[in-house]
Design a protein around this ligand. Sequence first.
Ligand code: CA
Length: 360
Amino acid sequence: MDRRSLIKNAGIAGVLAAGAAPAIVSAQPAVRWRLASSFPRALDTIFGAADVFAKAVSDATGGRFQVSVHPGGELMPAFGVVDGVQAGTVECAHTAPYYFFGKDDTFAIGTAIPFGLNSRQLTAWFYDGNGLKLFREFYDAYNIVNFPMGNTGAQMGGWYRKEIKSPADLQGLKFRVGGFAGKVMSKLGAVPQNIPGGEIYQALERGTIDAVEWVGPYDDEKLGFQRVAPFYYYPGWWEGGAQLDLYVNKAAFNALSNEYKAIVTAAASHAHTTMQAMYDARNPQALKRLVAGGTKLEAFPRSVMDAAFRASMELYGELNDTNPRWKKIYEDYSAFRRDANLWFRFTEARFDSYMQAARL
Ligand code: CA
C-alpha cells in the first residue's frame, strides 16, 4: 500500500500508528537561538517570560528548536541588546523598548509613555489596532521583527526617602526611572537615571540616587528597596501598562520555516499573557507583606499628577514637531487612547471601582 492510499484508507489514527506524522515533525531542521534578556534572572516575572517563551518553542517542536535564555550582562550589557540583535550577534532579545529612547524616542511608545495606554489597551492596539503593523515598519531599519511579549500592568510610582507633597519636592531629586519617562521628570526638575534592574539596589544603598522605581510590589520586594526607602508612591503614571518585546533578528526570523515562524509567534503570545497573569496574581500578596513590614503607602498628590500630565503633553507636542517617525505612530496611538478611555470609562472603570469599594 503506498502512503497516499494508506492515509486515505486508514484515517489519522492509522497514519499515527504507521509513523507518518512523526516523519513530518522530524523534517523540520534543528535550530538553536540565543536570547539576550535585559533583566536579571532573579526576577521570575519579567525575566521569566523569556523562559516561558523558550519552553513553549521547545515543547511545540519536540525539542528541535531550542532557545537559550541569558540574563542581562551575560552575553552583552542589559542595554546593548538592540545593537546585538541588529548586528545578528544574537538571534533574539527580550527587553523594554523604552530603554532605547536615546536612539529614537519612538521606541518608548512600544513600552509605555507617561499617561499612555494601560495593559489591556496596549495589547488591543498591538493585536487588533495598528500597533504591531506600525512598529514592524519602524523596526525594519534595525533589522528587527518584534513581538509583544509581556506586560507588567500599571506600575507603582517607586520608593522615596522623603515625602513628595508637591511638584517642588521633585526639584533636584536623583531618580532612577525606566527609560523615556526621564524626559518628563527632567521637565519637572528631577534628575533621571536610566539604570538596569540588576544594578539599582546598590545605587540606592550607596546614596548615588534619592529615589527609585522599578515595577511593583512583587519585583520591588525581591530587589529589596523597602530596606532603603520608606515611602512607596502610587500610581506609576509613566507606566500605565509597560509592555516588553521579543526582538528577533530579521534574517534569523526569515530563515525559519513557516511552521517555526508560527510557533515563535504563538509562543511569544503565550508568554505575553503569562507575564501579565503573574504580576496580577502575585502583586497583592507582596503589597500586603510590604505594608505589614512598615512600608508607607502614599498617593501622588493631584498637583504632582497634573504637573506631570502638562509636562508630558508638552513633550509630545515637541516630538510631533521634530520627529516624523514619532508623529506617525503617536497620532495613531493617541486616537486609539481617546476611544479606549471612552469605552473603558463606562465598563472596566465603573465595574472595577464598584468592586473595589464593595470590600468582599
Ligand atoms: Ca518602571
